[in-house]
Design a protein around this ligand. Structure first.
Ligand SMILES: Cc1cc2nc3c(=O)[nH]c(=O)nc-3n(C[C@H](O)[C@H](O)[C@H](O)COP(=O)(O)OP(=O)(O)OC[C@H]3O[C@@H](n4cnc5c(N)ncnc54)[C@H](O)[C@@H]3O)c2cc1C
Length: 457
């Protein structure tokens, strides 16, 4: 094996990379972070080229559930902070835990190769660095996916682009806008078009359940958390009934009836789309068939004159700088053990390749701690490592929490947040690793708010 000084290479200084850097610092693991952009924060920096961020974007989970452990969001933040506020929060996190000195900015990891038990990272500066461990935390929203008909827009007089190239509602002034897809970003962008455009349309293929951002004045995730611990079928009945009571029959707004029960798809948390549909400022349309001159033609035979089509149709997940053999893939999603551990290369990890029904940052903290502990075990305790390596290779935990998620690329590796936390606990128990307690992470510079519960699984 090459001499790699037992260092780890972290690719990306978004929220996931920052969580890892803080965890590794605490555990005494030597590491370097490489970030191709000039600042931390990942997608939340609207100036990070290729980010899917847009001016009106706000958090989808509430600030109550979505902060890093021991670093709550400032008290004066609203329930659902804006993207600018999240970006400020990310920078203050990196300052508070003195992470900047560990990050090399404006440096992309172009490719890697694994030889003689070591990773070599080929950097955009031309340099090559060797590491024992590689942790990919380079994000999942950088490779836009377009529908087939949108890839050939030669017959269309208007403009077609992916949502990741949309920044501000002013781009819609004086235009008829069609947004494809009613995921969380699609809903926001359709609402921007309702405000600034001449007419907005949203094309939806299947029906969804829409969760309002507040229920009885409380953020929806806080409301859900306060409820009793019901069996899944009863949760679906009660929550489904509540949404029906609040939203009524969505088909009256032109939306398809949901073809699945509540909780069986990624939550769409939006209070505005139904408002604008109810006012006629957004019109619901079905699936698109083709583009034709000034028109978009829909599968039901209807056509609309459209100036701009925005495809909020998701992203391909890629780790272009790692040989695909080292992660196993399910569709276009890495299928790692507990969403982190490569099953074929024990010196390779991914973080952030997880979609779940809740705020992700405390989960990132848990994952970062588990990766760190795995590295220490591999480094210092051969007997325990044999036990862990075997588990990583062979354990196939059930992460759906008993929910039958809808069949789609997005849900191919979708995890229920409680099931994931339970599996983290089981791994800790198996290895005798204690979960960090509140106050484990101590900021170098004081934080304006009081640390709350750590809640690491
Ligand atoms: C509109 C929107 C709203 C969202 N709201 C929420 C929410 O409310 N709650 C929640 O928990 N999550 C939310 N998310 C999910 C969001 O993805 C995460 O919050 C988070 O940004 C993911 O962090 P990450 O570090 O994994 O990836 P990213 O934020 O994508 O960061 C990856 C970083 O890696 C860098 N990078 C990429 N490739 C390389 C390379 N080869 N070399 C060097 N650097 C590289 C990139 O420049 C980037 O800085 C939202 C997402 C969107 C798009």
């Amino acid at each position: 094996m090459k001499n790699t000084d037992n260092r780890a290479c972290i690719v990306g200084a978004g929220p996931g990379g920052l969580a890892l850097a803080r965890a590794f610092k605490n555990l005494g693991i030597e590491f370097d972070v490489f970030e191709r952009h000039s600042e931390v924060g990942g997608i939340w920096d609207i100036d990070n080229p290729g980010t899917p961020m847009y001016a009106s974007a706000h958090f989808i989970s509430s600030k109550t559930h979505s902060y890093f452990s021991d670093f709550p969001m400032p008290d004066d933040y609203p329930d659902y902070p804006s993207n600018q506020q999240i970006f400020e929060y990310m920078k203050s996190f990196a300052h508070a835990f003195d992470l900047y000195p560990h990050i090399t900015f404006d440096t992309e990891v172009i490719s890697t190769n694994f030889e003689d038990g070591a990773w070599t990272a080929h950097l955009s500066t031309g340099e090559r660095r060797t590491y024992r461990w590689l942790i990919c935390v380079s994000g999942t929203t950088w490779h836009p996916k377009l529908p087939g008909w949108a890839q050939d827009a030669a017959n269309f007089d208007g403009e077609v682009r992916h949502a990741n190239a949309f920044r501000h509602m002013d781009e819609f002034r004086g235009k008829k806008v069609l947004v494809i897809g009613a995921g969380n970003s699609g809903c926001d962008i359709a609402c921007d078009a309702a405000v600034a455009g001449d007419q907005a349309f949203v094309s939806v293929r299947r029906g969804y359940h829409f969760v309002p951002k507040h229920i009885m004045g409380i953020p929806a995730d806080v409301f859900a958390d306060k409820g009793p611990n019901l069996p899944l079928w009863l949760q679906q009945r009660v929550f489904g009934g509540l949404l029906k009571f609040l939203n009524g029959d969505l088909t009256r707004l032109g939306l398809p009836k949901p073809d699945h029960r509540v909780l069986e798809s990624h939550p769409i948390v939006n209070s505005q789309l139904l408002h604008y549909l109810g006012h006629g400022d957004i019109l619901a349309k079905g699936d698109v068939d083709r583009l034709d001159g000034k028109h978009v033609v829909f599968k039901d035979g209807s056509r609309e004159e459209i100036d701009v089509v925005i495809c909020a149709t998701g992203y391909e997940w890629k780790v272009p700088y790692v040989d695909p053999r080292f992660f196993s893939w399910k569709g276009d999603r890495p299928d790692n053990y507990l969403h982190m551990f490569s099953r074929t290369n024990p010196q390779l990890f991914g973080l952030g390749f997880t979609e779940t029904n809740g705020g992700i940052y405390k989960l990132f903290d848990s994952m970062a701690d588990l990766i760190g502990r795995t590295i220490l075990t591999m480094r210092d305790d051969a007997k325990a490592w044999t036990r862990l390596e075997n588990r990583i290779r062979t354990h196939e935990p059930e992460l759906s929490g008993g929910i039958r998620y809808i069949e789609s690329d997005r849900h191919a590796t979708y995890a229920n947040i409680d099931a994931l936390k339970d599996e983290f606990k089981a791994l800790r128990k198996h290895m005798g690793w204690e979960a960090p307690k509140a106050g484990y992470f101590k900021p170098v510079t004081p934080h304006p708010t009081t640390p709350a519960s750590l809640e690491v699984a």
